[in-house]
Design a protein around this ligand. Sequence first.
Ligand SMILES: Nc1ncnc2c1ncn2[C@@H]1O[C@H](COP(=O)(O)OP(=O)(O)OP(=O)(O)O)[C@@H](O)[C@H]1O
Length: 255
Amino acid sequence: MISIQGIAKHYGDFKALERVDLEIEKGEFVVLLGASGCGKSTLLNLVTGFDKPTAGRIVVNGREVNKVDPHCGMVFQQYALFPWLTVLDNVAFGLKMKGIAKAERLQVARRFIDMVGLQGFEDKYPNALSGGMRQRVSIARVLANDPDVILLDEPFAALDAMTRQVLQDELLQIYEKSKKTIIFITHSIDEALLLSTRMLIMSARPGRVVTDIRNDLPMPRNAQVQLSPRYNELKGQIWDTVQSEVMRSLQATRH
Ligand SMILES: Nc1ncnc2c1ncn2[C@@H]1O[C@H](COP(=O)(O)OP(=O)(O)OP(=O)(O)O)[C@@H](O)[C@H]1O
């Protein structure tokens, strides 16, 4: 589904990513974890075609990525909505770009607005919405475009804990229904354990995938999963790896 082959990304002498090889199957929910600056966003930007690798290639659904393509939909930390468009028009925007007729695109947009619990807000503008609601609009907009892969770069980082938990549950339900392939960046081990089917831990300088852990906690999941012994066992394992990588990258920064 997604094949990342020998990827390197350098900025001048700085090696942001080096020798990254990964195979991601259709329907996996992959979470990328790692110290700040280890290259997580860089890797997502390469998968979506926003940026080009220094070496290697990325193939999504049999097609090599060499430009921004609607095969991937991205949800950013900071909502990235069009402030001059209503919720309905923001969600329908990608469908308009694809040339879908107005009646159909508004119908599809309404369906996804309902799915993320924003019915009644169709005619509001983004500045009239809370952060959590804006992020729901971003998710609805990506879903409406029906991409093969959904990429989320710390989508809930700017939200309060309660809203974050509600949106995590919603994303899990959407994932279980749609079985889309998802790559999700977070700094939270708890968020990674709650959402993922697979967790990749990255190291910094150069950015590489150092640990690949299958998350075998049973689906469907909700916050209750945090009470299970297996949850704590996995959390301990990830914590040890992440902590040693963070220490290593801090030391590398000092030298
Ligand atoms: N355009 C650029 N020019 C130079 N260096 C860059 C550029 N983009 C990213 N970098 C560097 O590449 C490294 C990886 O950045 P990236 O944003 O991918 O990290 P990250 O793991 O997503 O970090 P965070 O968790 O803090 O968001 C960083 O050291 C960053 O400074």
